[in-house]
Write a protein that binds this ligand. Structure first.
Ligand SMILES: Nc1nc2c(ncn2[C@@H]2O[C@H](COP(=O)(O)OP(=O)(O)OP(=O)(O)O)[C@@H](O)[C@H]2O)c(=O)[nH]1
Ligand SMILES: [Mg+2]
Length: 237
């Protein structure tokens, strides 16, 4: 039987974590799929880690695996840290803030199995995919970020900055270690590198819903970091 690991990076997600974990457990249990959920908390000041410990008591240490770090070290390295301990054959990466709904997991798994894809990427920008709850400015930032990357890098994937994806374990391993970026641009670099290495990428339309609880971490610094990373990739790939 195949096992799926879900990597959940968290920073100040104490309200969201119990809900996302409950939904994941429900889905995997109903589908009779073997799984583990790896929570990578970066020293959240809101006490997310304490919540995660409670969840571990409820669902068991084999299902909820805690891989905390001392402080906020960024998403890119959080994934590297998380997969070091992953025991699944396949790895889901998703946000812990409920923007990514576990109901789409079945479609990821099916598409991967039917085509033996190396990567399946959730996309907001084709088919039934979409974004809900963002204001115009935020939508524009996302669209423009995606568009510039499309023009410069021609990656053959419709949603480059999305972060709801399924990988074969060895593929993810190779990709994260070949990526140089640390911040938001990381997700885009992963897809670019996947193409570079000749991995196959499938896409599942997803609806992305803006977070209800907690605060956004997207600020001017992230936007500048993204543009820098993009130009770097443009110049080097
Ligand atoms: N471990 C860890 N997790 C992080 C870090 N930064 C963000 N996260 C988590 O990564 C996921 C995505 O971050 P978000 O802040 O939701 O980013 P976003 O979806 O682009 O923006 P908003 O939803 O508007 O905040 C969430 O689960 C965050 O809690 C970090 O430095 N370390
Ligand atoms: Mg979010």
């Amino acid at each position: 039987m195949k096992k799926y690991s879900v990597l959940l990076p968290t920073y100040n997600e104490r309200e969201n974590l119990p809900l996302i974990v409950w939904l994941l457990v429900k889905y995997f249990a109903e589908s009779k799929i073997d799984y583990e959920i790896i929570v990578i908390d970066d020293g959240s000041p809101d006490g997310t880690l304490d919540v995660a410990k409670q969840l571990q008591k409820i669902y068991g240490a084999d299902k909820i695996v805690l891989r905390p770090r001392e402080k906020k070290l960024g998403l890119g390295t959080a994934y590297i840290h998380g997969i070091k301990h992953a025991t699944g054959d396949y790895i889901f990466i998703m946000d812990a803030d409920l923007s990514h709904h576990p109901k789409f997991i079945a479609e990821f798994i099916k598409l991967q199995q039917d085509n033996d894809y190396d990567v399946v990427s959730g996309t907001r920008y084709t088919g039934n995919g979409g974004v809900y709850g963002w204001d115009l400015k935020r939508k524009l930032v996302s669209r423009v970020a995606n568009y510039i990357a499309q023009v410069l890098l021609r990656p053959n994937a419709s949603d480059l900055t999305g972060s709801f994806r399924l990988y074969k374990k060895d593929v993810l391993d190779k990709l994260v270690h070949s990526c140089v970026s640390k911040g938001y641009v990381f997700q885009m670099e992963m897809i670019i590198r996947a193409r570079q290495f000749g991995y196959t990428v499938g896409e599942v339309p997803i609806s992305f819903v803006d977070r209800v609880y907690g605060e956004s971490k997207l600020g001017g610094n992230e936007v500048i970091g993204y543009l820098k990373g993009l130009l770097y990739l443009f110049a080097t790939t």
